[in-house]
Design a protein around this ligand. Structure first.
Ligand code: ADP
Ligand code: MG
Length: 395
């Protein structure tokens, strides 16, 4: 999986097309959380300081292959300029059959940066159209992919163009791949994984793969109820995926076969409604009342999970333990997050909501590595090939 990175190429005076993932939340025309922009700064600064002429590309939101004001990158360019302390030019016009884009790029001197408008305003992006990929390639001498969060997509700006220009990994993308692959290939033991979130179906490939590698697998969140149902428990009105009960049963058997300790919550915080002010109580996992739903793991489970986490040398966490967005159901996730933060071992966190939870508890600076790619990191852990990575030059 070793790929050439920007460190392996001379970029001075070259036009470098850099695909970043600036798919950030916007509120009232201003960037909210700028974590994704910050994450790409090392690559942008490295290229700039070595005299590249940088052309940035990103997607934002889900526009339907055409211009859509609400998803313009304009506010992102403003935030990036602030963070770099340098004016980043914005080419908001067309890039197909429009000489103004080449003019804007040809105007760059070494160290200058121009950002193009949202790449998903073009239908050829998602369809990975060959002609569109050639249009992109025609804008530059080299291509750099630093959009780890989009690396599992085979789009024109993540995959197509990489087959045409000499293509290198950016520092963020390279760091993500290094961290996640060394966690999978050579983890220090004990290796404890914590999986939660809403659905088993989203994460089944990850569970299947981790069972083969980890010593302990802790299951929480909505997905725990499909596992509890597989154990024959009544789960009341809790979230469940009936089609996944049988596969969950097989996973429990597979864990035994691989010597992986798979833990399910022993107690549950149940509520009479999916609401912040719902009446709630703690019950044993085997005694969930029929008319109630489980919205968090209980205090005994959280304490047991924390104990396993504290002793781990390697920790991978994806998915909250409960509905952490509501105060009454955040405790399980908080206790697990605190244990991850306190553990001495290497801790890797993936998943948008898990990272949001970590931030909610102010613990984001107390873990080893936060992955910027939810879907992409899940695919990588599953063992799937990432098209945006495969297309880069081999080291
Ligand atoms: P991530 O983004 O970290 O991969 P997911 O998207 O899979 O995580 O799941 C996060 C969501 O799961 C959160 O919005 C949370 O409220 C929800 N969730 C967690 N536990 C439960 C539960 N017991 N019932 C319903 N939803 C839950
Ligand atoms: Mg999520």
């Amino acid at each position: 999986m070793k790929k050439l990175s920007i460190q392996d190429v001379d970029v001075a005076g070259k036009r470098v097309l850099v695909r970043v993932d600036f798919n950030v939340p916007l509120a009232n025309g201003v960037v909210g959380d700028d974590t994704r922009i910050q994450a790409a700064l090392p690559t942008i600064e490295n290229l700039r300081d070595r005299g590249a002429r940088i052309v940035l590309l990103s997607h934002l939101g889900r526009p339907d292959g055409m211009f859509d004001e609400a998803n313009s990158l304009d506010p992102v360019v403003a935030r990036l300029s602030e963070l770099l302390d340098q004016t980043v030019a914005f080419h908001s016009g067309q890039i197909i059959d429009d000489p103004s884009v080449s003019a804007a790029i040809n105007d760059l001197t070494n160290g200058d940066i121009v950002m193009l408008e949202n790449i998903r305003f073009y239908a050829g992006e998602k369809s990975n159209d060959e002609v569109f990929a050639r249009t992109l390639a025609g804008l530059a001498d080299l291509y750099v992919n630093d959009a780890f969060g989009a690396a599992h997509r085979a789009h024109a700006s993540t995959e197509g163009v990489a087959h045409i220009l000499p293509a290198y990994a950016g520092l963020l993308l390279a760091g993500e791949i290094d961290t996640l692959s060394s966690m999978l290939l050579a983890p220090k033991k004990p290796f404890v994984a914590i999986l939660g979130g809403s659905k088993v179906s989203d994460k089944f490939g990850v569970i299947d793969k981790l069972i083969e590698i980890v010593d302990t697998l802790l299951i929480g969140g909505g997905m725990a109820f499909t596992f509890l149902a597989a154990q024959g428990y009544n789960i009341g009105k809790s979230l469940v995926e009936p089609d996944w009960i049988e596969p969950a049963s097989k996973m429990i058997a597979k864990a035994e076969e691989f010597g992986c300790t798979l833990m399910l919550p022993s107690d549950i915080v149940v509520a009479d409604a999916f609401a912040a002010d719902a009446v709630n109580k703690v019950v044993p996992a085997s005694e969930i009342p029929s008319e109630m739903m489980g919205l968090d793991i209980g205090p005994d489970s959280a304490a047991e999970y924390a104990k396993a986490i504290i002793g781990a040398e390697t920790i991978f966490w994806n998915g909250p333990m409960g509905v952490f967005e509501m105060k009454a159901f955040e405790n399980g996730t908080r206790i697990v997050a605190e244990a991850v933060a306190a553990a001495q071992g290497v801790s890797v966190i993936g998943g948008g909501d898990s990272v949001a939870a970590l931030k909610q508890f102010g613990l984001q600076d107390h873990v080893t590595f936060i992955s910027t790619g939810g879907g992409a990191s899940m695919k990588l852990v599953e063992g799937a090939k990432l098209p945006g990575l495969e297309a880069l030059l081999d080291a």
